[in-house]
Design a protein around this ligand. Structure first.
Ligand SMILES: [Zn+2]
Length: 186
């Protein structure tokens, strides 16, 4: 079973791939929203280290035509859960990752300032894996224990806070399954 602990904002014993794409949170300790995303690089392809490189600002634009389009984007997330359910952490949870962009949750804008962003390796055309759901539930449980302002009704998709602009985590993300798994852990 995946046993997760957080020390000084970093998951212990999980892969770390520190990203330069972050800022201190404007209000230290203001961590009260969890945002679920998907990403795949190149789109619809899984595996490889392109997501790590993208979040680290070292993606080689010559490797794929799509990379040329995104080469100037400076983005990140706190964590990625790959298709095998393995976690990579890029940004300290105490800091602000650059995952949400223009966003609004219950009237409050700039959701990056007060949220944690988790990316699932995936797309809007393929189901997520069992391993991803299991890891996501465990990671969410761990984050809620460490940052108790994150409550079940403060877990959202990117599409919920950036409607009309973003569709992730998309039609295949099974919120009922995820929330059910989460309630079984509590
Ligand atoms: Zn997103």
């Amino acid at each position: 079973m995946l046993d997760l602990t957080i020390q000084h904002g970093w998951l212990s014993q999980q892969k770390q791939c520190p990203s330069p794409h972050f800022d201190p949170r404007p209000v230290a300790g203001d961590i009260s929203l969890l945002v679920i995303h998907y990403i795949s690089l190149p789109p619809e392809e899984f595996g490889g280290d392109f997501i790590d490189r993208f979040f680290q600002g070292t993606l080689d634009p010559t490797r794929h035509p799509y990379f040329e389009e995104i080469k100037d984007l400076r983005v990140s997330a706190h964590c990625l859960i790959n298709r095998q359910g393995k976690i990579t952490q890029y940004v300290n949870f105490e800091d602000m990752a650059w995952h949400a962009g223009l966003s609004n949750f219950e009237g409050r804008e700039k959701c990056n300032e007060f949220s944690i962003g988790i990316e699932l390796e995936g797309s809007n055309n393929q189901p997520f894996t069992d391993a991803q759901y299991h890891t996501l539930a465990r990671l969410t449980h761990c984050l809620m224990a460490n940052y108790p302002q994150i409550t079940p009704n403060r877990i959202v998709g990117h599409s919920d806070i950036s409607p009309g602009r973003k569709i992730d985590p998309g039609q295949y993300f099974d919120w009922q399954r995820y929330r059910g798994m989460l309630s079984n852990l509590r």
